[in-house]
Design a protein around this ligand. Structure first.
Ligand code: OSB
Ligand code: MG
Length: 372
């Protein structure tokens, strides 16, 4: 498939409520939206890099640079056979998985639309519903946190993830556990601790958590293995896993027992599927992480989560958990059984709301293939 042109936009969208993690507070979510055109079709991709390099080193600024100056020129006009062929087209460009994943998503969408097939089918999943939960940011105080969880419970979420950081951990999680004894509960530290603070996690071991996500540094598999050895609760890695090779090595040394698969973090859906396959072979549970995606990235994540190894609920909440207005239609709604229905239209299975897209666009650029 010859890619004729690319349109890249930088968006800013107001979050319905501020999202606080161990690395900072977000009031607005920024992202890039990419549209690739080929054979009269449009494929959409989302780059989930944020304005600030808090979660990872990429930002909307670095992704704009890498995409418009290097990655898109390498793809435009060339014969990119399939999303899986992107790796070859980008040989020679190191790193920047979030930028890479945006192009890959648009190629999957193009392929799905060209073949009239939903992404879930292209990925090897099945149509239907997937289990989801909600990720709750750090709140002002414990009563506010309890109220937030109560509201999400009332909305129908049956799995909750609490963000924690040093000093805002055992008391918070203990209070939520006491108020909601049956809730499927997990925590995410976004690498805010060191092994010297292992006692925090030994205390949390008593709360019956589904998992503890990324307690230690992203480049520290060894100390994660040391921590896992002290705990009953499975450790789950997010930031540490950038490829299927990392996943294999982490599992081999028992640095984690669950993996959060975020397609963007590993450079796209092909690598995400490879991690899923590896974990499934080994009987290791995986779930689909989130990056506060718009309806574009959310549609693709739902398709991924429809693969059989995704046995834990994903961080894929309903559209109205994040945004009053989204850029894709239809909006995703939570079913009564704490699931969301996987889109079944061709490609991503969502349509772009041009008006909303324009409303949130800070800047845009268009790149065309060199004349053949
Ligand atoms: O660590 O999982 C994370 C959001 C932004 C950056 C990192 C993370 C998150 C979330 C939100 O936890 C998950 C969601 O999209 O609902
Ligand atoms: Mg995480």
């Amino acid at each position: 498939m010859r890619i004729q042109s690319a349109e890249l936009r930088h968006l800013r969208m107001r979050l319905k409520s501020p999202f606080e993690t161990s690395f900072g507070v977000e009031l607005d979510r920024e992202c890039l939206i990419l549209c690739l055109e080929a054979q009269g079709l449009r494929g959409w991709g989302e780059c989930v890099a944020d304005r600030n390099p808090g979660y990872c080193y990429e930002t909307t600024g670095t992704a704009w640079h890498i995409l418009s100056d290097f990655m898109l020129p390498a793809v435009l006009g060339g014969e990119t056979e399939s999303p899986r062929g992107l790796r070859d087209a980008l040989r020679g460009i190191r790193g920047h998985p979030l930028a890479r994943a945006a192009i890959e998503m648009a190629l999957w969408d193009l392929q799905g639309r060209a073949q009239g097939v939903p992404l879930s089918r292209l990925f090897g999943g099945r149509p239907g519903r997937v289990d989801v939960g909600v990720s709750v940011g750090i709140q002002k105080d414990v009563p506010t946190l309890i109220r937030a969880v109560k509201d999400y419970w009332a909305d129908g979420y049956r799995r909750v993830k609490l963000k924690i950081k040093p000093g805002r951990d055992v008391a918070e999680v203990g209070a939520v556990r006491e108020a909601f004894p049956d809730l499927r509960l997990q925590v995410d530290a976004n690498s805010a601790y060191t092994l010297e603070q292992a006692h925090v996690f030994r205390e949390m071991d008593l709360f019956g958590l589904l998992l503890i996500e990324q307690p230690l540094a992203e480049d520290d598999l060894i100390d994660h293995a040391r921590l896992q050895a002290q705990l009953q609760t499975p450790l789950c890695l997010d930031e540490s896993i950038l490829s299927a090779r990392h996943a294999r090595q982490a599992l081999e040394i028992d640095a984690c027992r669950v993996i959060n698969i975020k397609p963007a973090r590993v450079g796209g859906y092909a690598e995400a599927i490879a991690i899923h396959d590896l974990c499934r072979e080994r009987g290791v549970a995986v779930w689909c992480g989130g990056m506060l995606e718009t309806g574009v990235g959310r549609a693709a994540n739902l398709a991924l989560a429809s693969l059989p190894g995704f046995t834990l609920p994903g961080d894929i909440s309903a559209s109205d958990r994040y945004y009053a207005t989204d850029i894709a239609r239809p909006r995703f709604i939570l079913n009564a059984d704490s699931t969301i229905t996987v889109p079944d239209g061709p490609g991503l299975g969502v349509e772009i709301d041009r008006e909303a897209l324009d409303q949130f666009t800070l800047r845009q650029t268009r790149l065309a293939a060199p004349l053949a």
